[in-house]
Write a protein that binds this ligand. Structure first.
Ligand SMILES: Cc1cc2nc3c(=O)[nH]c(=O)nc-3n(C[C@H](O)[C@H](O)[C@H](O)COP(=O)(O)OP(=O)(O)OC[C@H]3O[C@@H](n4cnc5c(N)ncnc54)[C@H](O)[C@@H]3O)c2cc1C
Ligand code: FES
Length: 270
């Protein structure tokens, strides 16, 4: 029988991987979630706590998927603290995905925004030349560098890490590196996911050079299916119309990069 993606399916955590002291990857078996497109997300129920939107992380094992969670408030900490054998509920997948271009690609990710970028890497062709930028505050917060190199081992590629404090890789903001790269050479497409200010600058820089650019947005979500309105950015609902938007469209949206909505739906400045 076909599964209704709006019904919650219960899965058990099968493996827990510590990425950093505050970030963990939880692996589970689910054929549908293992085959989603980059940019799609699931609503994840943490029994007794809450339900959260989460990007769907790849697993190296067939038929498995994962969530990579950073502990923050009660819900994400509840998910972070789950052990092997404990249940989670998942519904979805929801949302659209990146338009996959071929050629010279620039991917820019920060924090758990790296999750959709990792899935995007599984869709590149061996002929694609990929520059992958990972931005972090400091050395202790870097994860997925080895995985990115491994996924790109058959491609001409460069994985570049930037840290704000210079404790690893190139010193400075990841967007400083974006600026340098888009000034040096042309790219056929630029894809980004991470903190909104990082995405805003990346979109601006790529757009100023006339490059095709897309960003996968994260907003406060409750229903995940276009009913409650809590994820709106201007006229757009991130859960229904995104999570992936074209750069031109985003730059015409007066809220992107400037305002977000808090849990009460009130507009606040970044
Ligand atoms: C499409 C999408 C994909 C995401 N992917 C990841 C991921 O891969 N890894 C990860 O660690 N985080 C991800 N997040 C953010 C994650 O959902 C929030 O960090 C989390 O909801 C906040 O957790 P908390 O413990 O602070 O929330 P709490 O304070 O416990 O509150 C939980 C409630 O607030 C809502 N909420 C609070 N903050 C956010 C937020 N920033 N975004 C959306 N809803 C919020 C939740 O839906 C939930 O109803 C994603 C968010 C979105 C929208
Ligand atoms: S989360 Fe409810 S409309 Fe998007």
């Amino acid at each position: 029988m076909q599964r209704n993606h709006n019904y919650t399916t219960i899965c058990k955590i099968e493996k827990v991987i510590d990425e950093t002291p505050t970030v963990r990857t939880l692996v589970f078996s689910d054929e549908i979630m293992s085959n989603v497109l980059p940019g799609q997300f699931a609503m994840v129920w943490i029994p007794g706590i809450n339900e959260l939107p989460m990007s769907i992380m790849i697993s190296q094992e067939k038929g498995k998927a994962a969530f990579t969670v950073r502990k923050h408030g009660p819900a994400s900490t509840g998910l972070f603290n789950l052990n092997v054998g404990q249940p989670i509920g998942i519904r979805g997948p929801y949302g659209n995905s990146f338009d996959l271009k071929r050629g010279k690609l620039l991917l820019v990710g920060g924090g758990t925004g790296l999750v959709p970028m990792m899935r995007l890497l599984t869709f590149v062709e061996p002929t694609d030349n990929v520059t992958f930028l990972i931005g972090a505050k400091s050395k202790g917060e870097i994860f997925f560098e080895d995985l990115a190199n491994n996924l790109l081992k058959n491609n001409p590629h460069d994985v570049i890490v930037t840290t704000d404090d210079g404790s690893y890789g190139e010193r400075g903001l990841v967007t400083d590196m974006v600026e340098k790269l888009v000034n040096q050479s042309g790219f056929d497409a630029v894809y980004t996911c991470g903190p909104e200010i990082m995405m805003f600058k990346t979109v601006q820089l790529a757009h100023s050079k006339g490059l095709f650019v897309q960003a996968s947005l994260e907003r406060m979500m409750k229903c995940g299916v276009g009913i409650c309105g809590s994820c709106c950015v201007g006229e757009d609902l991130v859960c229904r119309d995104g999570t992936v938007f074209d750069g031109d469209h985003l730059l015409s949206n007066k809220e992107f990069g400037y305002f977000y909505r808090n849990k009460a739906g009130i507009l606040e400045k970044y």
